[in-house]
Design a protein around this ligand. Structure first.
Ligand code: AMP
Ligand code: MG
Length: 352
């Protein structure tokens, strides 16, 4: 299959861009797949109400079929049609955070096929704020199932180049809308339980949800690396975000971390291995390795969220064999950053 690549600027959706978005919507309505930008990461979209489209999404990504897809909508009225009932909390959260990087789990209606929900009776729903995504959902007819647009297990794409790398030749179209704004997948909150529960941390933090809802629980498997419990979001049990080389997170005082990483890096480089380091602006000049990349500024952890997956992908491009990363504070968006980083590292952490 030939994959068409279309460039669209989110802040300049002109006639030509609208025409391409209409075409992309039609492709999905007719059962095809389109990768497109959202504010979190790039999504691989198909008609959420068509079981054949969902099957194609799983096949293109090599995704296990018990890992349900998030349904993307562009208005609240459309939510009502795909759930058995909209809980009060959903209206409150939608008021506060939609359109935006929050996914809510609700009980599904018969309109949603089980192929889309990985066999579950619940459905994950999000209203993205990216303007290209919003127009595209309208053009498609209202319901786009869209997991991240990467081969299963690899870091989620935050630029179109990595959608091309993973999906070229397998889907009808890729819309290049530049680098995404947030860089980590949405926060997932389950509203089918008495106290809403965070199943995946993201840009919308525990504190932000608590402010709106009063009380919020967190799925323990997110925090406890050694938990024997099964995560409530089926996808969270899989190895994720994995770069091709070995990644180790190093935790400790700044001085100890820098000394440890430099010593390890030197010894690996002596063995002929290529070494990559993920650090921050404050420590960038202190490291010596083949590839040293600052993820951003610790005072503004959003910069780190935005760069993290991109850096992991770049290390793959640069054939890095061994990687070390500094560790991040787990408050606010730091919880989401560490959740992704720990998964990428297969939970390999050195305390120094
Ligand atoms: P992705 O779109 O690739 O970011 O993955 C979607 C995530 O949402 C996966 O971790 C899924 O397991 C989770 N998810 C989707 N639908 C549900 C659902 N109905 N219940 C629980 N988790 C879900
Ligand atoms: Mg994903």
């Amino acid at each position: 299959m030939k994959t068409e690549l279309v460039k669209i600027e989110e802040d300049n959706i002109d006639e030509k861009a609208l025409e391409a978005i209409e075409r992309a919507g039609k492709i999905m309505k007719e059962g095809g797949l389109v990768a497109f930008p959202t504010e979190t990461v790039y999504g691989l979209g198909g008609d959420a109400l068509n079981p054949e489209s969902s099957k194609k999404i799983y096949a293109a990504k090599g995704r296990p079929s018990d890992n349900p897809l998030i349904v993307h909508v562009c208005c609240m009225e459309d939510v009502e049609k795909i759930v058995s009932e909209v809980p009060e909390a959903a209206y409150k959260l939608a008021d506060a955070f939609w359109p935006g990087p929050l996914t809510m789990i609700m009980n599904k209606s018969d309109a949603v096929p089980k192929e889309t929900t990985g066999g579950l009776d619940t459905v994950a729903i999000r209203m993205p704020s990216n303007k290209i995504a919003a127009q595209l959902i309208k053009a498609e007819g209202g319901y786009i199932a869209a997991p991240s647009a990467n081969i299963s297990g690899r870091p989620s794409p935050t630029v179109a180049k990595y959608c091309v790398e993973d999906l070229d030749g397998k889907i009808e179209m890729i819309i290049d809308g530049g680098q995404v704004g947030i860089g980590l997948e949405s926060t997932i909150v389950d509203l089918t339980v008495d106290t809403p529960m965070i199943l995946r941390p993201g840009y919308i933090t525990f504190e932000m949800l608590q402010n709106v809802l009063g009380s919020v629980d967190v799925d323990k498997t997110i925090i406890d690396a050694n938990s024997k419990l099964k995560p409530k979001a089926p996808g969270m049990k899989y190895r994720h975000y994995a770069p091709k080389g070995e990644l180790t997170i190093v935790e400790g005082s700044q001085q100890n971390v820098v000394e440890y990483i430099n010593k390890e890096a030197k010894s690996y480089m002596n063995e002929g291995k290529r070494v990559g380091i993920i650090c921050t602006d404050a420590t960038f000049d202190l490291y010596k390795a083949d590839e040293v990349k600052s993820a951003g500024n610790r005072e503004n952890e959003e910069t780190i969220a935005k760069q993290l997956f991109k850096i992991l992908r770049e290390f793959d491009d640069e054939n890095v064999d061994v990687m070390f990363s500094e560790s991040f504070d787990e408050s606010g968006i730091g919880q989401a950053i560490m959740n992704r980083l720990l998964k990428a590292a297969g939970h390999h952490v050195e305390h120094v």
